[in-house]
Design a protein around this ligand. Structure first.
Ligand SMILES: [Zn+2]
Ligand SMILES: [Zn+2]
Length: 863
């Protein structure tokens, strides 16, 4: 291609640095040339780099810019390093806000969503991110949700999707059920709107995530941040112990089953506690206790789980008037109900061992129930007035029949074995994880592809009839009921077995189902199948995934479940969706609060882009701190980044200077340390002080190659802020070299070209523009990534300026680890320094390690 001529600036006149004059032009060119399209037929090593797709809120805000710029830098570097990079983007477009907008404003959710996508796509383009838009997926597109429905059917056929009655969390404001993962905080509020949730008994659809509880705990082979692994591990909540049956005295009532991690303490079980909701409560309650029990059950159901679990809270409960039998001691023990036992954990019943559990101890103390220590440390000394829970290795059983004297660790197995021999117990593992509740009683989601026939019951919609389309002519009156439930044409279906009339399921799927597999769709976004198996093999798993940590037990866990389930169904052959994961921090509002429209603290990137250009906004966001930490938003400092880009602009284009350097501060050195010395105004000739031309060129090459190594490492490690700082240092080095009279040398050209190449991933527009202006071949983004030459980069010699009374007089070349005394000796031995000392001893010698030496003469300090 020919380089277009542009208006020439007259000699001596600097062309204004105006990003708006070239940024849009290059984005159009890159798109036209399909520069960032991932090719399936490319022999180079694949690299699937993915960033979480956004919800179609309608606005790309500063948080999106922050989230996508980091991975874009890495994607661009990986391409330059010779990898076949796939970096796609799409939209998570089903969900409640679209439906609420429809109710509030009378717009159809599809219209609202499509308009938002158009706007966001345009906004994303201004970020300059190198997305492959040819692979875009939109989850509310029938082409996409046909596949979501088909995947639902595969899970159903494999027994991994089922319908069941359950007490579920219900958001009264959004009028929808929530998955457990979508209930947040101590007050158990809705993740979306903050309203405290309530319990409702409803028939719901579930995915069997618990079938994968153990495998989900295994993170071997994937490089994920520790906090995310820990959150998933805690959420799954595996504990080992035993299930034990406590026979009851009431006739014809089955035993009470408990789960305990401490079967070794069973001889100290002096009472039992059931959750007020436990199904046996009604049958075990003695008539005399009935009214008190009923009142307590009713009050407990009004409490939140977190209130009930609070350790500080005063324990309450009611004796229900009947007894169980401790299967080890044959002792009669009373049965209580108390709200600190929850129906959803373990079996909803516990053997209370007040000597060895703090909550049981508090309960026993309040209601005067027996407390019997059955485990003691080797010393035999037990605490007075509290539960003993030390769990040290030397603990032994006491007061435990034939097990007395046995080490506690051994007793866990021995007691479990004896219970098992008597048919009263077995080793068991429990999990906190529950199956994923996926049905929603709303309109704007993928309809669950099921019909109900009076004769044949629940039937899947035949694959050939997918997708089950959402009807468009619906009434979005705010009734709190899905409009699908009153849409006669939607409801009327046919039974796939006999062709007779059937009623269609009106629940739609949680949007987290859409996002649990979207990364598989990018390999073939328009294929008839959910994915092209050949292309899936080529691209998956995702090599590197980036996004917010807030999805730890939601999207990130659901995606792992989906991949493992689809693997077991035989649809793919890998175990984990995302081999590596990096989480960006959150950009907060200037008020240090989470950005939200309701708080009015959302920063608008469009104004900044209009004023400074995309590159400056990108660079600034990446420079404000470590990418994984985020922080409060402030535009302070964007001017500095803009000035840096302006400096690169001029350095890369200005004619090399000749002759004596102009007076200037030497960049990178403390101004004070220079003592006001200006090259060429006094002291020895500049060339002498700066060393030979060869020395100066080598010095610049060393900076260049050290920067290549450091920036590469920083980008790879997502340390964009330090990588950019090193680019600024390289620019300083180039400016200094120009002042030092080596502009025009090959070392100087290498330094500027390298600066542009290393800057290309972070500030892609200016890099392309300068690359072209330097007469280099299009595109800078298709050039090979620079490789550091270690022999040049190694800093085997450090150059130290030597001042006398704050004025530069000489330079020393020393090894980096030279002791201070040796440096002082060398400085004082310098002929130039001696010339100023004139035989006197210095008053003192000041060193800034690695930076400079300053010799202070007696004359100055006295004068
Ligand atoms: Zn809500
Ligand atoms: Zn039928």
């Amino acid at each position: 291609m020919s380089i277009q001529s542009r208006p020439r600036t007259r000699p001596g006149e600097r062309e204004r640095f105006d990003p708006a004059s070239y940024e849009g032009k290059w984005r159009e060119r890159w798109e036209r040339d399909e520069l960032y399209l991932a090719r399936d037929d490319d022999a180079r090593q694949k690299h699937y780099l993915l960033t979480m797709y956004p919800y179609t809120s309608g606005d790309v805000h500063i948080g999106h810019w922050y989230a996508v710029t980091g991975p874009d830098i890495v994607a661009r570097m990986r391409r330059m390093q010779g990898l076949n990079v796939m970096f796609p983007m799409g939209f998570d477009s089903f969900g409640l806000p679209a439906e609420n907008a429809a109710i509030d404003r009378g717009i159809h959710p599809a219209t609202w969503t499509d308009a938002n996508i158009d706007r966001m796509r345009a906004q994303f383009r201004t970020t300059g991110c190198s997305f492959d838009w040819s692979r875009e997926v939109i989850t509310s597109d029938p082409e996409y949700y046909r596949c979501t429905q088909w995947l639902f059917e595969q899970l159903y056929k494999a027994g991994l999707a089922y319908k069941a009655m359950a007490a579920v969390d219900w958001c009264p404001k959004d009028q929808v059920v929530l998955a457990r993962e979508q209930v947040e905080g101590a007050d158990r509020h809705c993740w979306r709107c903050g309203t405290p949730v309530v319990k409702r008994d409803l028939e719901q659809w579930f995915f069997r995530t618990t079938a994968y509880a153990d495998e989900l705990l295994d993170f071997s082979g994937i490089d994920w941040p520790q906090p995310i692994r820990l959150m998933q591990t805690n959420w799954i909540g595996r504990s080992e112990g035993a299930e034990i049956d406590f026979p009851v005295e009431a006739d014809g009532v089955e035993p009470i089953r408990v789960f305990t991690t401490r079967p070794d303490t069973i001889h100290g079980a002096t009472f039992m506690v059931l959750a007020p909701e436990h199904p046996l409560v009604a049958r075990l309650t003695a008539p005399v206790a009935a009214s008190e029990v009923a009142a307590y059950v009713a009050s407990a159901r009004r409490e939140t789980e977190i209130e009930r679990m609070s350790a500080e809270r005063e324990k309450t409960g009611v004796f229900i008037g009947s007894h169980a039998v401790n299967p080890m001691t044959d002792e009669r023990i009373p049965i209580w109900i108390a709200d600190y036992v929850l129906p959803g954990y373990g079996t909803g019943a516990i053997m209370a061992v007040p000597a060895h559990d703090e909550r049981d101890h508090a309960f026993a103390a309040k209601y005067d129930l027996p407390i019997r220590y059955v485990v003691a440390p080797a010393s035999g000394e037990l605490p007075s007035g509290g539960a003993f829970m030390a769990h040290t290795a030397d603990e032994v059983l006491v007061d435990s029949g034939k097990f007395t004297g046995m080490p506690a660790a051994e007793a866990i197995a021995a007691i479990t074995q004896q219970l098992a021999d008597n048919g009263l117990g077995s080793p068991a593992v429990t999990y906190r994880l529950r199956d994923w509740l996926v049905s929603r009683q709303r309109y704007w989601g993928a309809p669950i592809p099921v019909v109900y026939c009076e004769e044949h019951g629940l039937q899947l919609v035949p694959e050939s009839e997918l997708p089950v389309l959402l009807p468009e002519d619906v009434d979005f009156a705010p009734t709190g009921v899905s409009p699908l439930q009153s849409h006669e044409r939607f409801l009327a279906a046919t039974c796939p077995i006999d062709g007779g009339p059937a009623r269609r399921e009106t629940d739609t799927m949680d949007t987290f189902v859409d996002s649990a597999w979207y990364f598989l769709r990018y390999v073939s976004p328009h294929s008839e199948l959910a994915w092209d198996p050949e292309k899936l093999r080529q691209w998956l798993p995702v090599d590197l995934y980036t996004g917010g940590a807030e999805h730890a037990v939601l999207h990130l866990m659901y995606s792992r479940f989906f991949v493992k389930a689809l693997r077991d169904i035989g649809m793919l052959d890998f175990d984990e969706p995302f081999l590596a994961l990096r989480n960006q921090g959150q950009i907060l509002g200037a008020d240090h609060q989470r950005m939200s429209k309701s708080r009015g603290n959302v920063a608008n990137p469009d104004e900044l882009v209009a004023r400074y250009g995309s590159d400056a906004v990108r660079l600034f966001l990446m420079f404000i701190g470590p990418w994984d930490q985020g922080g409060p938003w402030s535009t302070t400092g964007i001017d500095g980044v803009h000035r840096f880009l302006g400096r690169v602009w001029h350095l890369a284009q200005d004619e090399p200077r000749t002759g004596r350097p102009a007076p200037t501060e030497v960049p990178g050195w403390p101004a004070q340390a220079m003592g006001g010395w200006v090259p060429g105004t006094e002291g020895p000739p500049v060339a002498d002080v700066l060393g030979s031309v060869e020395d100066r060129e080598l010095r610049l090459r060393r900076i260049t190659h050290q920067t290549i190594a450091a920036v590469t490492q920083d980008y790879e490690a997502f340390r964009f802020n330090t990588g950019i700082a090193k680019l600024m240092e390289l620019a300083n080095g180039v400016a200094q070299a120009r002042e030092n009279g080596i502009a025009g040398s090959s070392a100087y050209g290498e330094a500027i070209d390298t600066l542009i190449l290393l800057l290309a991933p972070s500030a892609p527009h200016i890099a392309e523009e300068l690359w072209e202006r330097r007469g280099k071949p299009y595109s800078v983004h298709q050039q090979a990534w620079p490789v550091a030459d270690p022999s040049i980069a190694s800093a085997d010699v450090v150059e130290l300026p030597v001042q006398v009374d704050g004025k530069l007089r000489d330079r020393l070349l020393v090894a980096p680890d030279t002791p201070a005394e040796e440096i002082e000796r060398m400085a004082l031995a310098s002929e130039r320094v001696q010339a100023y000392l004139q035989g006197r001893a210095p008053r003192r010698v000041v060193q800034i390690p690695g930076k400079l030496v300053n010799v202070v003469t007696p004359a100055q300090s006295e004068g």
